[in-house]
Design a protein around this ligand. Structure first.
Ligand code: PAF
Length: 280
């Protein structure tokens, strides 16, 4: 496994691989890898000749009061996981390399970023799309893999890729959950034992809504009220948003159909968790 830090070396290496006709599968991450990332790496390993991974805690997607400084990092552990997953090329750029002095260019996807996490975290998606666009320009991957846990992020990246005609296939991969249902996230490490227990309300809320929708309850208002009271029964849980939206437009839907996705962000203690699922 080759580990590169320098941006121009990574770009030159990837260009060279492309010239050799290699198909590059790329998994962009912020590190602190878990089984959700592993599923992306495994799929990328199947689909590409070369599997590339980036590890970069991107400062521009964190708000001033968010957890940039505290974001969990463990490069040695990440590199062990990457090695075992068969990664060929790891890129660990520095913030100075990605955003040099005088940096002034940003990518903004309009509309799709106004709601849900975009409304709660102003500027977040501008940071995500900017860095992902830059990572794509360096790695020049044939395909890039992202988790569906960040449902809105995936929709926004797909739109950016389409709108800017970026020559990369975007592959979304299903949420990976702990045995008890909690969606895997690097931020789960912040949870205390009691918070971890109460965080199960997110996946339990999803299971409840799915069950009720399958039984024939298709009113979003009714389903959201039921999920809300389940989550709010946990004293440490505070709902940031809870919505049923169309999977492509992310606009709220009154009636649940095959395109309806339940999306939620919930603070458990001070940790903000997100989760989602189709309902039918
Ligand atoms: O999902 C993430 O880990 C990040 O938002 C991403 C896509 C790597 C951009 O920093």
């Amino acid at each position: 496994m080759e580990i590169l830090t320098d941006l121009s070396s990574m770009q030159a290496r990837c260009l060279d691989l492309r010239r050799q006709g290699k198909r590059i599968a790329f998994v962009p991450t912020m590190g602190y890898l878990h089984d959700g990332h592993l599923s992306l790496l495994q799929e990328g390993r199947q689909r590409g000749d070369i599997l590339a991974l980036s590890i970069f805690v991107n400062p521009t997607q964190f708000g001033p009061k968010e957890d940039l400084a505290a974001y969990p990092r463990d490069l040695k552990r990440d590199l062990d996981i990457a090695r075992r997953a068969g990664v060929d090329l790891v890129w660990t750029p520095t913030p100075q390399d990605v955003y040099p002095e005088g940096y002034a260019t940003y990518v903004d996807v309009e509309g799709l970023t106004d709601t849900l996490c975009g409304a709660s975290r102003p500027g977040h998606f501008r940071g995500v799309t900017t860095v992902v666009c830059k990572l794509f320009n360096v790695v020049q991957a044939d395909l890039a893999l992202f988790g569906e846990k960040d449902f809105q992020q995936l929709a926004v990246i797909r739109r950016m890729t389409r709108d800017l005609n970026l020559p990369v296939e975007i592959v979304g991969m299903p949420i990976v959950r702990e045995e008890d249902g909690l969606a895997m996230s690097s931020r789960n490490v912040y949870l205390s034992g009691e918070e971890r227990r109460q965080a199960l309300a997110l996946s339990q809320g999803i299971a409840l809504a799915q069950k009720r929708a399958c039984e024939g309850e298709h009113s979003s208002r009714t389903l959201l009220a039921e999920v809300r009271s389940l989550i709010e029964a946990q004293p440490l849980a505070r709902i940031d948003y809870l919505q049923i939206c169309h999977a492509l437009t992310l606009q709220e839907q009154e009636k649940v159909d095959a395109d309806a996705v339940l999306l939620m962000a919930v603070f458990v203690g001070s940790t903000r968790l997100i989760d989602n699922s189709y309902l039918l």
